[in-house]
Design a protein around this ligand. Structure first.
Ligand code: ATP
Ligand code: MG
Length: 378
């Protein structure tokens, strides 16, 4: 059996395998190192998956399914679910087989939608590697419930996989770090802290070196908190600025809302390297005379901190709770590692350096997929 790691992230989906003993991200169509975790229906009623689906998100947010990982296997009747689901551009509600999306009058369960995505990811990985991949290791956040894990497994079986292992992302990362332990400096690390911030998930874990040299997970915690939450905060701020200028009667459509989110994400990433980001969204709405109303705004680093600082603080608090559960002080941690693309943020890096009294090491972008590939090969 050939086993592949399939990391279905909130924003991106990535495949990885062991290549000559080394965990490697599988290059997909066009050399891409992953596909967007997006599924959609086009004009002619055809299903689109990955890059093609993401391409129409801006123009048809009501026909495009995003953030599947946030809702898969969740109780669609709960109040918490509704609050999150109301932020989406497409309709999502309860169904016989878990949360169900309704787009263009078609109903599709999120398990089916995720199955389409995993099928595409697996297919592209098979084409790239030139062999059939019939087993998969799927990393999920350590705090996911059995129902969420089962929904992931069901999606993978729908994608045609014969054998599926759903594993903790933190376990995958500890496998990755353990596999790298030949580096002498790493051997000295007796205690390791993992801080992961992705598109929709925050995960923290404390690991201790066992006698045989591998890393053992001692405590974990996490919650649904990722980069897209930051984007929503920034988008709301931009919308408020727009309404202050033109009044709230300047209606913002679903498309306008999606444009605000994309501009917010771009500004957030820009502010990693620069101190100011300019946002220009021509014709975001129309005036009472039908004329275009443009959004022209700028966002300084201080604005970003003011708008999203509490979310980062929340991740620091969760990190501290993990340390407390393990009975350790931040100063007793030998190695601090960051993973997930949202952990590239300057603010995150600064907050972690302050908390632990030392800079953290950034793991590769797709560390969870790479770690799952180590597990797949074990
Ligand atoms: N340079 C950057 N600075 C800050 N945030 C970034 C940067 N690059 C990407 N991001 C954010 O990282 C998030 C995506 O991260 P990643 O690809 O690791 O998530 P994912 O694996 O899809 O989701 P998850 O693991 O949470 O399920 C997005 O919110 C994106 O805006
Ligand atoms: Mg991820």
């Amino acid at each position: 059996m050939s086993v592949v790691a399939l990391d279905l992230g909130t924003s991106n989906a990535v495949a990885a395998v062991l290549d000559g003993g080394r965990p490697t991200v599988v290059p997909l169509l066009g050399g891409a190192l992953g596909i967007p975790s997006v599924v959609a229906i086009d004009e002619r009623g055809r299903w689109l998956v990955g890059r093609d689906a993401k391409a129409q998100l801006l123009s048809k947010p009501d026909q495009t399914i995003v953030a599947m990982k946030t809702f898969l296997g969740r109780d669609a009747d709960s109040a918490a679910f509704r609050v999150e689901a109301d932020e989406l551009g497409y309709g999502l509600g309860p169904g016989p087989n878990g949360p169900m999306a309704t787009i263009c009058g078609e109903e599709i369960s999120l398990i089916e939608a995720s199955g389409l995505l995993l099928r595409e990811l697996r297919g592209q990985a098979q084409d790239s590697l030139g062999k059939v991949l019939d087993g998969a290791v799927l990393p999920v956040p350590a705090y996911f419930t059995d129902e969420q894990r089962q929904a992931f497994a069901d999606a993978a079986y729908l994608a045609g996989l014969e054998k599926v292992w759903v594993v903790d992302e933190t376990k995958a990362l500890s496998s990755l770090l353990s596999a790298r332990r030949s580096t002498p400096s790493r051997e000295e690390e007796k205690t390791v802290f993992l801080y992961g911030l992705g598109g929709g998930v925050f995960d923290a874990a404390l690991l201790e070196r066992e006698e045989r040299g591998g890393l053992e997970i001692v405590a974990t915690s996490g919650e649904d908190l990722g980069g897209s939450r930051l984007d929503r905060r920034i988008a709301k701020h931009l919308k408020t600025a727009f309404w202050q200028r033109y009044g709230e009667e300047a209606a913002i459509t679903d498309i306008g809302r999606q444009r605000l989110l994309e501009a917010a994400e771009a500004a957030k990433i820009h502010l990693d390297d620069e101190d100011e980001a300019f946002v220009s969204l021509p014709c975001l709405s129309n005036g009472s005379d039908g004329g275009p109303l443009d959004l022209e705004s700028s966002l300084a680093r201080e604005d970003l901190i003011r708008l999203t600082g509490d979310l980062i603080l929340q991740t620091v608090e969760i990190s501290r709770s993990v340390l407390r559960a393990a009975g350790l002080d931040a100063s007793e941690i030998d190695g601090v590692y960051l993973y997930g693309r949202a952990a590239k943020s300057r603010e995150v890096q600064a907050a972690i350096a302050r908390t632990f009294g030392k800079p953290a090491v950034r793991l590769p972008d797709d560390a969870t997929a790479l770690g799952a590939a180590v597990m797949a090969g074990a």
